[in-house]
Write a protein that binds this ligand. Structure first.
Ligand code: AMP
Ligand code: MN
Ligand code: MN
Length: 317
């Protein structure tokens, strides 16, 4: 591993801008917070900027309030792209960012290696796992709230230890993070049992759209995008519906569809037989992992769904 290169960059620079993908998930927030802790502990000048806000359920994480959504109008020496395959996934135009160095820390296999230093571990369950390894292998001691963030990042990117990226190494790391102060039941409750009444009612409404296709091997749930605001729920509260679409016994691919009049977003999940990352990659701008991926088709929902079903069917065989 190239930790010495990363350490050199950190040592020789003072200002860092961290950014992650649109609609940040647990891993993107948590890996940013872990790196933020390390850099600020070294008295570095660090800003975390994401295009989209931190979902409410991650507000319990220490320093999550430090993440800003207004692009800072200043230069940084180092720009760190974290938990995102490329700068396009950041959702904002990073091309004009004048940083002398770009560092990429990620685990997506479709990573574009845009950095001067690329720490891309496609077998890592989460970017938080990569940071755990960095701290471990460089003997960096961190406080309990950083153990909490690393644990939460791994918990969310393994779908609560259910995806095939969950293995004995991941579980051992999590045991260690628990020893270092991550409170597993509290973190679980904060992330998965913290819906507002409006959020749960919206989820019930989405459940009612459940449909099956192709001998029950594909399932979908769907929602008009504007429904989130109308219902009084917040955006983060509809996350995870794609995981639920996968819970039927015969289903190989589950999808959660969010649409407006002209475009349709697919959040795809697979039990492993179908590589949904490969399916999503067929659509420009789409991508992801074998068992969890996403893409947007610029068509109204019915046409887009038809196209997606064809793509999945091809892979289902
Ligand atoms: P989601 O369905 O939004 O939870 O995304 C599932 C997984 O696929 C996450 O690991 C995302 O980072 C990844 N992903 C989603 N959309 C894309 C995309 N357009 N390009 C690359 N990775 C994606
Ligand atoms: Mn992510
Ligand atoms: Mn991730």
């Amino acid at each position: 591993m190239t930790w010495s290169k990363l350490q050199n960059i950190i040592e020789n620079n003072q200002s860092f801008l961290l950014s992650s993908h649109i609609n940040p998930d647990g891993d993107s927030i948590c890996s940013q917070l872990a790196l933020y802790w390390y850099l600020t502990s070294l008295k570095k000048d660090v800003v975390i900027y994401n295009q989209d806000p931190v979902p409410d359920k991650f507000h319990f994480l220490h320093d999550s309030d430090k993440i800003i959504n207004k692009l800072p109008q200043r230069a940084f020496e180092v720009f760190v792209i974290i938990d995102a395959s490329n700068s396009e996934r950041l959702g904002w135009d990073a091309s004009g960012k004048t940083a002398s160095l770009v560092v990429v820390i990620d685990h997506h296999r479709d990573n574009s290696y845009e950095g001067d230093l690329n720490i891309v571990e496609i077998n890592a369950s989460a970017t938080s796992e990569i940071l755990y390894k960095f701290f471990k292998e460089c003997s960096i001691n961190y406080p309990p709230y950083v153990a909490e963030a690393l644990y939460a990042g791994i918990l969310t990117d393994t779908g609560g230890f259910q995806f095939s990226n969950t293995n004995n190494y991941v579980l051992r790391i999590c045991a260690e993070l628990s020893e270092k102060g991550a409170n597993c039941s509290e973190i679980y409750r904060e992330i998965y049992s913290s819906y507002s009444p409006a959020g749960l009612q919206l989820r019930a409404r989405i459940w009612s759209t459940l449909q099956f296709y192709r001998d029950n091997r594909i399932s979908s749930m769907e929602m008009q995008e504007s429904l989130v605001d109308k219902s009084g729920a917040n955006r983060g509260e509809v996350e995870g519906m794609s995981d639920l679409a996968l819970t039927a016994a015969d289903v190989e691919v589950g999808m959660f569809i969010k649409y407006n009049d002209s475009s349709t977003h697919f959040s795809l999940r697979s039990k492993g037989a179908v590589d949904v990352g490969k399916v999503a990659q067929v659509i420009p701008g789409g991508g992801g992992h074998t068992c969890a991926a996403g893409c947007t088709i610029d068509l109204p929902v019915e046409e887009a769904k038809k196209k997606m079903l064809e793509l999945i069917e091809k892979e289902l065989g």
